[in-house]
Design a protein around this ligand. Structure first.
Ligand code: NAD
Ligand code: APR
Length: 237
């Protein structure tokens, strides 16, 4: 494997599956239980804000009942060790809105789709840490307006920190995708961007994803097994 210094790791719902959090497009997954247009679009929120606030209250409350798994912990170990190496950088970007990377020990996680434990104010645009209910319409902690929404990026909205992500992808030596179906852009296009900029590309997923053709290597299996083994391999380089 060539000299690996600059790492970009993208994670999706699959890395949290073994912790008991439903993925989106699996059989019985989140989008089979709820219509995307009702709970994950701005139009859905405008149509029925109470439904959406209750949906995200339920997902936020469910976090208390789940724990990070070996894959989250292995990436946290990689983050710690990689920081000790001169000239090495690691960007951990997740599409997930759960906090399992952080609870697994990771310190610097880029949540491109936002986070359940954060509130966004439609009046002052402040983002505030949030762990309670939003369905009872609390005021914004910053401006006091009754205009809070989940700080989660919905279909049709722009994800966060795209400039940071693309800058890291352009200079990456290795791009690793873990637990994502490659169904939703722009995240689904990252592997092609990385490959075209010269990075090696690796996929760790339960099954072939929609972007598999762009990966140099695809390892299929549960993240809880594949990720610790891969971290051990890359730390031995
Ligand atoms: P997209 O059109 O790229 O999404 C493609 C996939 O998303 C579809 O194949 C389908 O699986 C699903 N999807 C999108 N809209 C749907 C709908 N109305 N009904 C059913 N399935 C639907 O996504 P987009 O609209 O371009 O999203 C724009 C941005 O929003 C993207 O950056 C995406 O990452 C983000 N996003 C975030 C969330 C979240 O829950 N945090 C959900 C969806 C999208
Ligand atoms: N280990 C590894 N991969 C797994 C596991 C596991 N234990 N379980 C499931 N997977 C894989 C599935 O094979 C699938 O390819 O994780 C992927 C989950 O795909 P999705 O359910 O589509 O979730 P994700 O790719 O994160 O969705 C992307 O779409 O709806 C939006 O915003 C939402 O962030 C989400 C985005």
């Amino acid at each position: 494997m060539p000299d690996i210094r600059k790492l970009v790791i993208l994670t999706g719902a699959g890395i949290s599956a073994e912790s008991g959090i439903d993925t989106f497009r699996a059989e019985g997954g989140l989008w089979e239980q709820h219509r995307v247009e009702d709970v994950a679009t701005p139009e859905g929120f405008a149509r029925d804000p109470d439904l959406v606030l209750r949906f995200y209250d339920m997902r936020r409350a469910a976090l208390a009942g789940v724990q990070p798994n070996a894959a989250h912990r292995a990436l946290a170990q990689l983050e710690r060790e990689w920081a000790k190496r001169d000239g090495c950088d690691l960007l951990l970007v997740t599409q997930n809105v759960d906090d399992l990377h952080e609870r697994g020990g990771a310190n610097d996680v880029l949540h491109m789709h936002g986070q359940l434990n954060s509130a966004l104010c439609n009046a002052c645009e402040a983002r505030s840490p949030w762990t309670g209910s939003m369905a009872d319409r609390p005021p914004c902690p910053v401006c006091g307006a009754y205009a809070l929404r989940p700080d989660v990026v919905w279909f049709g909205e722009m994800p966060y920190d795209m400039d940071t992500i693309y800058a890291s992808i352009r200079s990456a030596d290795l791009f690793v995708s873990i637990g994502t179906s490659g169904a939703v852009y722009p995240a689904a296009g990252f592997v092609r961007d990385a490959a075209e900029c010269g990075a090696a590309t690796l996929e760790l997923n339960l099954e072939q994803s929609e972007g598999s053709a762009w990966f140099d290597e695809s390892r299929l299996g549960p993240a809880g097994e594949l990720v610790p083994a891969w971290v051990e391999e890359v730390l031995a380089l």
